[in-house]
Design a binder for this molecule. Structure first.
Ligand SMILES: *[C@@H]1O[C@H](CO)[C@@H](O)[C@H](O)[C@H]1NC(C)=O
Ligand SMILES: *[C@@H]1O[C@H](CO)[C@@H](O)[C@H](O)[C@H]1NC(C)=O
Length: 496
C-alpha cells in the first residue's frame, strides 16, 4: 500500500509540472455538502452513494478543485437519483479521528462511499467538472451494462480503452454472479459489460457462445479471452491482461490511464527515455525494448518508454540531464535507482540482465557536502544526512524540497524565521535537503510530494509534520516533540 501510494504520487509529481487547471474562484458553495465530525457518520449512513473530498484549508490543489467540484455537484444534484458531493476538512483537530480512519495521506483525497459507508472506494476520475460528472454518473450506475446490439457494443467498447465483456447464455448462475462481483470490485478502474450474444462483439471469434470473458484493449494483441470464473482468477486475469507490455508515456492523454496503472503497480520500474521525434534509432529502441519486456513479463519488473518532450517532470524528479538521453532508469521499491545513460539499442538486454543478476551498482546521488553551512536553515545532502540528522543527537526538523516546487518557495521564508527563533538553542536544528539532487533513504522517509517535513527528536523519535505551514505551528510542534539533549531522562520520555 505504501509503495503504491508512493508511485501514484510520483506520477502526480511527474504530471504536475505540465498539467494545467482552470482556477477560477467561485464564491457560492451551495451544492457541495459540508460535513464535520458531528454529522459525518450520520450523513454517510443515510446514503447509498456519496463522494467525500478530504481537504485541508491551506492546500492549493484543493482550492483549484473547489470550483470544479462545486460545478459538478450542481450538475449531479439534478441526476436521477441525485449524487451527493461532500467535503470534509481533514486538517481540523476535531475531524482528525475520522480522517485517520480513512487513511488520508495527502490533499485533496476523494473517496466514494457506498451503502452507508460500508464500501469505500478510491475516486480515480478526472478533476475537472465535466470529467467528475461523467465518472460519477458511471460509478453510481450499474457496474456492468447489458450489451443488446452490435451498436451498443461499438459505442461502449471503442478503440482507446480497456473494456471487459462477459458473454453468458443466461444472466444467472454462479459464473454470471462471479462476473458481476468482478465488475463491482474493479469498477473504479475498468468498464464492464455483459451480453447473451457473442456475435454483437467486435474482434475475435464471433460465434463465442460463452460463458466467456473477453477483455478488449487498445494495444498489444487487442483482445484476450478467458474462461475461468473464480473471482480471484478473474481479477488477476483483468489486471494482467490490461497491462501493456511496454507502457507509453507521451503527451497523448489516451495513454495516461496506463501510465497511472504502471506507477500503481508493485513491480520495480524500468523506464527508457528518448526523444521520440528526433531519435533516429527509435524503431530499433522500440523493438529491442519490447523484446526485453516480453522476456521479463510476470517477473516483477514493468517497462515504460517515455518521450522526453512529455517527461520534464520525470527529468526534474530523477535529476536526469538531457545529454544522458537515451537513458534507462530502473527504480526499485526500496527507492534505489539504477542508471544506464546514453544507452544503445543493443545494450538494453544485457544491461537489464546485469541488473536482474545484481551486478549493476545502484546510482547514488549526493550534492557535495557544503564547506560553509552557516545560514539559519542548514543544508543537508545525502553524504552528511547520517551525521547531521541521525547521529547529531539534536532535535532536527528536515525539509525535503525540490528547486522547482512553488509550495517550497513559499515555505522557505517561514522556515528561515523558525530557524532564527531557535538560533540560540543549540539542541534544535532546522535543515533542508534538495530531494531531487540527493538520494533519500526510503526506509526512514516517505517523501511523496514537496515539501515534506520530518522531525527527528534527539532520542530518535521520527515524525512526519503534516500540520499548518505557519511559523507558530511549526515552532509549537518542535517544542511539543523535542527531547532534552543534556539530560536524557527516560522517565520524561515515558510521559510523552
Ligand atoms: C455538519 O455540521 C457543520 C458544522 O456544524 C455544518 O456546517 C454542516 O452544514 C453540517 N452538515 C450537514 C449535512 O448537516
Ligand atoms: C526533440 O527533438 C526535436 C526534433 O529534433 C527537437 O525540436 C526538440 O527540441 C527535442 N526535445 C528535447 C527536449 O530535446
Amino acid at each position: 500500500m505504501a509503495f503504491s501510494t508512493f508511485w501514484i504520487s510520483l506520477f502526480l509529481i511527474l504530471f504536475a509540472v505540465t498539467g494545467s487547471f482552470s482556477a477560477e474562484e467561485s464564491e457560492s458553495n451551495e451544492f457541495v455538502v459540508t460535513l464535520d465530525h458531528s454529522n459525518f457518520t450520520d450523513f454517510v449512513a443515510k446514503h447509498k452513494f456519496i463522494v467525500v473530498e478530504f481537504y485541508a484549508p491551506w492546500c492549493g490543489h484543493c482550492k483549484k478543485l473547489a470550483p470544479e467540484y462545486e460545478k459538478a455537484a450542481s450538475i449531479l444534484s439534478k441526476n436521477d437519483p441525485p449524487v451527493f458531493l461532500a467535503k470534509f476538512d481533514a486538517n481540523n483537530e476535531q475531524n482528525k479521528a475520522i480522517a485517520n480512519e480513512f487513511e488520508i495521506r495527502g490533499y485533496p483525497t476523494l473517496k466514494i462511499l457506498r451503502y452507508g459507508g460500508s464500501v469505500v472506494q478510491e475516486y480515480k476520475g478526472p478533476r475537472d467538472a465535466d470529467g467528475i460528472v461523467t465518472y460519477l454518473k458511471k460509478q453510481s450506475g450499474p457496474a456492468s451494462i447489458e450489451i443488446k446490439s452490435p451498436e451498443d457494443a461499438s459505442s461502449l467498447i471503442g478503440d482507446d480503452k480497456i473494456f471487459v465483456v462477459g458473454v453468458f447464455p443466461e444472466f444467472s448462475g454462479e459464473k454470471f454472479e462471479n462476473f458481476m462481483t468482478l465488475a463491482e470490485r474493479l469498477r473504479a478502474d475498468y468498464d464492464f459489460g455483459h451480453t447473451s450474444d457473442g456475435k454483437f462483439l467486435p474482434r475475435g471469434d464471433s460465434s463465442a457462445a460463452g460463458p466467456l470473458v473477453r477483455l478488449f484493449k487498445p494495444f498489444d494483441e487487442l483482445f484476450v479471452d478467458f474462461q475461468e470464473f473464480d473471482v480471484d482468477a478473474l481479477v488477476k486475469f483483468v489486471e494482467e491482461a490490461s497491462t501493456p507490455i511496454v507502457t507509453l508515456f507521451n503527451k497523448d492523454p489516451r495513454h495516461h490511464p496506463f501510465v497511472i496503472k504502471y506507477f500503481g503497480s508493485s513491480n520495480a520500474k524500468a523506464m527508457l527515455f528518448l526523444n521520440f521525434t528526433a531519435e533516429e534509432k527509435f524503431d530499433a529502441f522500440n523493438s529491442k525494448y519490447h523484446e526485453v519486456a516480453v522476456l521479463y513479463k510476470g517477473k516483477d519488473l514493468s517497462f515504460l518508454m517515455g518521450d522526453i518532450e512529455a517527461s520534464q517532470g520525470a527529468f526534474q524528479y530523477f535529476g536526469i540531464k538531457e545529454e544522458q538521453v537515451p537513458l534507462i532508469i530502473i527504480q526499485t521499491n526500496d527507492g534505489q535507482k539504477y542508471l544506464k545513460p546514453n544507452v544503445e539499442p543493443d545494450q538494453i538486454a544485457s544491461w537489464v540482465k546485469d541488473f536482474k543478476d545484481g551486478i549493476v551498482q545502484p546510482y547514488k546521488k549526493s550534492e557535495p557536502i557544503p564547506e560553509v553551512n552557516n545560514e539559519p536553515v542548514k543544508v543537508v545532502v545525502a553524504d552528511n544526512l547520517e551525521d547531521m540528522v541521525f547521529n547529531s543527537g539534536k532535535n532536527v526538523l528536515l525539509e525535503f524540497y525540490a528547486p522547482w516546487c512553488g509550495h517550497c518557495k513559499k515555505l522557505a521564508p517561514i522556515l528561515d524565521e523558525v530557524a532564527l527563533s531557535f538560533e540560540n538553542d543549540a539542541d534544535v536544528i532546522i535543515a533542508k535537503i534538495d530531494a531531487t539532487a540527493n538520494n533519500i533513504p526510503q526506509q526512514s522517509f516517505d517523501v511523496k510530494g514537496y515539501p515534506t517535513l520530518y522531525f527527528r527528536s534527539a532520542t530518535g523519535k521520527l515524525l512526519q509534520y503534516d500540520g499548518d505551514r505557519s511559523k507558530q505551528a511549526i515552532i509549537d510542534f518542535i517544542q511539543k516533540n523535542r527531547d532534552s539533549v543534556s539530560e536524557q531522562d527516560s522517565s520524561r520520555k515515558d510521559e510523552l
